[in-house]
Write a protein that binds this ligand. Structure first.
Ligand SMILES: [Zn+2]
Ligand SMILES: [Zn+2]
Length: 234
C-alpha cells in the first residue's frame, strides 16, 4: 500500500514538475539525462595499461612524467561538458540521483572490462574536513556506496584519513599538486590493509596526485594492490 502511494505521488510530481535533462534541459520521461546527451558521453578508447590515459603512443607520457605508485588506474569517460555538469550536480543539487546514474556506469565498466584483480575493499578519496562540513557529504563516498552495493564488495568509507588541510588543488600546477598532497593521508588505524587489494574511487582524475598519495600510504601499510577508478579523466 505504502509503495502504491509513493508511486502515485511520483506520477503526480512528474505531472506537476516535468523532468528535464541535467545537461541540455530537454524534456525527458525518466532518468536524469536525455538519450542524446547520454550517447554523447565519450568513453576512453586507447587505454594506457598502467594509468588509464587515452593515448596512442607506445610510451605513455603521463607515466613517463609521474612516478605513479598505484598499480592500475582506469576512468570510464573523458571529462567533457556533459560530465562536467553531472559531476557538478554530484557535488550539489541532486547528488543521489547522479550518484546512482554514474555508479551504474562505473559498475557496468568494472563488470565488462575486469580491469583489476579481485577487490577486497573499496574506499572513497576522503574530502577535506572543512568541505565536508560545508557540504555535509563526500561525493566520492556516494559513488563508492553505489558501486559497492552493485559489485558486492566491502565498503570502508573512512579507510583513509586526511592529515591536514591541504590547499585546494584546482589552482595549482602539476608539480605543486604532487607536493601539496604528499604525506596528506593516513590509514585509519582501525583497519588493516596488509595483503589486501584496494580500490580507491574519485570523480575526476586530473594529475593523479591525490590518488597517488593515497596509494603510497596504502602501500606503506603493505596493501598488495592499489587500484584507482574515476568516472572521468581530465
Ligand atoms: Zn540532454
Ligand atoms: Zn600511463
Amino acid at each position: 500500500m505504502k509503495k502504491k502511494i509513493i508511486n502515485l505521488w511520483n506520477q503526480f510530481k512528474d505531472l506537476l514538475f516535468p523532468r528535464s535533462c541535467f545537461c541540455c534541459n530537454s524534456r525527458i520521461e525518466n532518468g536524469i539525462i536525455c538519450n542524446l546527451c547520454e550517447s554523447n558521453l565519450v568513453r576512453i578508447q586507447n587505454i594506457c595499461p598502467k594509468c588509464g590515459a587515452d593515448n596512442q603512443e607506445y610510451d605513455c607520457r603521463f607515466c613517463k612524467k609521474n612516478d605513479f605508485t598505484f598499480d592500475k588506474a582506469r576512468s570510464v569517460f573523458h571529462f567533457g561538458k556533459n560530465l562536467q555538469i553531472l559531476i557538478h550536480n554530484l557535488k550539489y543539487d541532486e547528488m543521489k540521483k547522479v550518484a546512482k546514474f554514474l555508479g551504474k556506469y562505473a559498475s557496468d565498466y568494472l563488470q565488462n572490462h575486469k580491469p583489476f584483480s579481485k577487490i577486497d575493499i573499496i574506499a572513497p578519496v576522503p574530502l577535506h574536513k572543512v568541505r565536508k562540513r560545508e557540504r555535509g557529504f563526500n561525493q566520492a563516498e556516494l559513488l563508492t556506496r553505489e558501486i559497492s552495493e552493485r559489485m558486492d564488495w566491502e565498503h570502508i568509507p573512512k579507510l583513509i584519513l586526511r592529515n591536514r588541510f591541504t590547499q585546494t588543488q584546482t589552482k595549482l600546477g602539476r608539480k605543486d599538486r604532487h607536493s601539496n598532497v604528499s604525506g596528506a593521508f593516513t590509514l585509519n588505524s582501525k583497519y588493516d590493509v596488509k595483503n589486501k587489494n584496494i580500490l580507491i574511487v574519485d570523480d575526476v582524475f586530473t594529475t593523479g596526485a591525490t590518488v597517488n598519495s593515497i596509494s603510497k600510504t596504502l602501500k606503506d601499510n603493505e596493501a598488495r594492490n592499489v587500484f584507482v577508478l574515476t568516472i572521468a579523466r581530465a
